[in-house]
Design a protein around this ligand. Sequence first.
Ligand code: HEC
Length: 120
Amino acid sequence: MRGFFLSFILASFIYAEDMGSLLFHGNCLTCHHETKTISAPSTSELRQRYRDAFFSKEEFVSYMSAWVKKPSYEGSLMHDAIKKHGLMPELGFDDDALKSISAYIYETDFLEEGKTHPKR
Ligand code: HEC
């Protein structure tokens, strides 16, 4: 009980961007490995495609969160990935969660060694 209470207090101190990281690691990484394409395109590939398509962070974040909320072939920037893996399932997150995840993806260089998996 005390452990639960303590983690509740800690959770309320987490910054929005760390929230994006937590949510990403808990919900997206299972399918989107940081650098390897396995059952879905790697996160660094998604990030690169969206970075190429959108000039500002705001556009990147708003487009990505809207698409993830309701994946569709029409709105996709990665028709090749849909052909290869099938359309991504709808996961049912709210807008705030998707925005912090997308902002985390925008900010994180997944190719940089040690960035997401610190060396032990
Ligand atoms: C069950 C596996 C699965 C999970 C979990 C998953 N994805 Fe996906 N995602 C896919 C697959 C497969 C594709 C490639 C096909 C497509 O684009 O629909 C994809 C594609 C994408 C795309 C590219 C969209 C486009 O333009 O086609 C984005 C962005 C994305 N995922 C973000 C996320 C985020 C953010 C999360 C976590 C909230 C997430 N995904 C969780 C399977 C998954």
